[in-house]
Design a protein around this ligand. Structure first.
Ligand code: ZN
Length: 104
């Protein structure tokens, strides 16, 4: 089970690409999907995710390492089918490049 942080409200939720039970935000399009993967336990430990969610709730902007974001986005574009709205057709099966805690 994937644990992830909502990009919109910072809530810890299940699934990187699922809609948020609190605010309803659902990542769509390669950029948001890549960001959603980066703030999931594919990349980060639960404690780090909770700390990031806390920062988000305080209104701090997300800061993603651009190089890593590009790698993940390209992987998603290459492997994930999208519907016409930019939602992934294979929910919650984000491609996981080699996990790295370096960016934590
Ligand atoms: Zn939310």
């Amino acid at each position: 089970m994937t644990t992830a942080v909502c990009l919109e409200c910072g809530r810890i939720k299940r699934g990187a690409w699922t809609s948020c039970p609190d605010c309803g935000f659902e990542p769509c399009g390669p950029d948001q999907l890549a960001q959603a993967v980066l703030v999931s336990d594919h990349f980060l430990g639960r404690e780090v995710l909770e700390a990031m969610g806390e920062r988000c709730r305080r209104g701090e902007p997300w800061q993603f390492p651009q190089g890593l974001l590009d790698v993940v986005r390209e992987r998603i574009v290459a492997t994930v089918p999208f519907d016409e709205l930019g939602h992934p057709l294979a929910m919650d099966q984000p491609p996981a490049p080699t996990p790295s805690d370096d960016e934590a």
